[in-house]
Design a protein around this ligand. Structure first.
Ligand SMILES: Cc1cc2nc3c(=O)[nH]c(=O)nc-3n(C[C@H](O)[C@H](O)[C@H](O)COP(=O)(O)OP(=O)(O)OC[C@H]3O[C@@H](n4cnc5c(N)ncnc54)[C@H](O)[C@@H]3O)c2cc1C
Length: 432
């Protein structure tokens, strides 16, 4: 079999790439019986600048402003050209998906993620990655999608696909798009590249085994920023449910089992995984009030955690009373937080208080195949391989080389926007 464009992986990146490349003839190969990926596990919040959804809400944004937020977070560690391309294309990509492919995006309102200077997260009304995946799969109806199809080998012109009955098939391609994500599900690779988080819970898709990185490397591709990842400092334990960080950005605090704060909760949820894991028992408590509980209840995950009994309105923690007194003084501007957080911009916490026990987790990896602004995979000399493209978790994203460089949304930005760029580039290659 010969196909003009083969896409490996049917998460957000693969499906968006397939939509962009559809006219050339595309085959998408997905290991799972039903596509889900980390995309379906995610909150489904996709950042984009200058969209009509932002304008309708009176939000002024621009690709330059978005680029500056990304750069501030990763301390300018990532490829400038890639940042510029992603920010420039992010708005048109969201509008293209909404207007031409019926993805029901709306602007996420009510709180800002750390490091976002304006509201720019777009999501399906359900506020879940599962809803985003469902919409993308609906849009991709009519595109050849082969499920239970694990790609096991890649050469410069063909791939080998294995089916559950043990048979395998060689498929030749004109262009290949690697959209099979990162290596978060591969314990050995996580231990090698991310030892600091190797013992933590992995909260992403287990099928993300680093295949793209392995195949690309064998074909001579360079890899970059293998130390980059998105962590999270707020997964309800033992329930294993994501607790929205909006509780922290809007005024909540995290304390350890002694009731003491241990960090500036406003730096970002990604890097917060490490200080949480360093606390006694590897856990922390998110402490907040009724106002924030109501905000939490607008998120499906939080509602699930509430129904599961993870959210406590009656609890006792030694030392918490003293911590709350200190926080009240920070909120009133009477004392300065030793961790550097400004408490004066949000309403002060008021009883009755709520609490949820959380731990730190690894969500997904952000390092991967080196690519240029056209999603072309690069060799170690910075030259593009002739017909190989990568996006989403398979490619090196824009989070620098550390956990703290991850700005909220960098994951789906690289999946959705790079997916579209990769699809368009793959077509251009065929037309040459
Ligand atoms: C809990 C959670 C919440 C998150 N929330 C957000 C958020 O709100 N916003 C944001 O920007 N990011 C978020 N992220 C990150 C985001 O989910 C990922 O960055 C993004 O989904 C990656 O998309 P992808 O298409 O590259 O990979 P995936 O969605 O993981 O898709 C990869 C696909 O490739 C398939 N595959 C793998 N290997 C093979 C193979 N050999 N052959 C065939 N198929 C293969 C897999 O089965 C999978 O379906 C979150 C992550 C998690 C875990």
């Amino acid at each position: 079999m010969k196909v003009p464009i083969v896409v490996v992986g049917a998460g957000a990146c693969g499906l968006v790439a397939a939509l962009a490349a559809r006219e050339a003839g595309v085959l998408v190969l997905e290991r799972d019986a039903s596509p889900s990926g980390s995309t379906a596990l995610s909150s489904g919040f996709v950042p984009a600048a200058g969209t009509r959804f932002q304008r309708a809400a009176g939000v002024e944004d621009s690709p330059e402003r978005m680029a500056s937020d990304i750069r501030n977070k990763n301390k300018s560690q990532s490829s400038e050209k890639l940042i510029e391309a992603l920010c420039r294309e992010s708005g048109p990509t969201i509008e293209w998906l909404a207007d031409e492919h019926g993805v029901p995006f709306e602007l996420v309102q009510g709180f800002l993620y750390p490091g976002h200077s304006v509201l720019r997260m777009h999501c399906a009304p359900e506020k879940t990655g599962a809803a985003l995946m469902a919409a993308l799969l609906r849009a991709a109806g009519g595109i050849d999608l082969m499920c239970s199809a694990t790609v096991t080998e890649v050469t410069p012109k063909s791939i080998l696909v294995e089916r559950p009955d043990g048979t395998s098939e060689k498929i030749e391609y004109g262009s290949l798009i690697l959209a099979c994500s990162g290596f978060g599900g591969n314990k050995a690779m996580v231990k090698q590249h991310l030892p600091e988080i190797a013992n933590a819970l992995y909260f992403g898709h287990t099928g993300n085994q680093g295949d793209a990185i392995r195949w690309g490397s064998a074909l001579g591709a360079a890899v970059r920023h293998m130390g980059a990842y998105q962590g999270h400092g707020s997964v309800a334990t033992p329930h294993g449910i994501l607790i929205t960080w909006a509780l922290m950005t809007e005024g909540g605090i995290q304390v350890n089992a002694r009731g003491e704060r241990f960090s500036n909760e406003h730096l970002g949820y990604s890097e917060q995984c490490l200080p949480v894991l360093e606390q006694p028992g590897g856990i922390a408590w998110c402490i907040y009030d009724e106002r924030l509980h109501k905000l939490g209840m607008t998120f499906p995950d939080y509602r699930e955690a509430n129904a599961a009994g993870a959210i406590k309105s009656s609890f006792a923690l030694d030392g918490l009373e003293n911590t709350l007194r200190l926080v009240e003084a920070y909120s009133a501007g009477k004392a300065k937080d030793p961790f550097g957080r400004d408490f004066t911009t949000k309403p002060k916490l008021q009883p009755p208080y709520y609490a949820v026990k959380v731990t730190g987790a690894l969500f997904h990896t952000q390092g991967g195949l080196a690519i240029d602004a056209e999603a072309r995979v690069l060799d170690w000399n910075g030259r593009p391989l002739p017909n190989l493209y990568a996006g989403g978790g398979a490619a090196c994203g824009v989070s620098g080389d550390h956990v703290w460089g991850y700005l909220s949304g960098n994951g789906l930005l690289a999946a959705v926007t790079l997916g579209r760029i990769a699809g368009a580039s793959a077509i251009r290659h065929l037309l040459r």
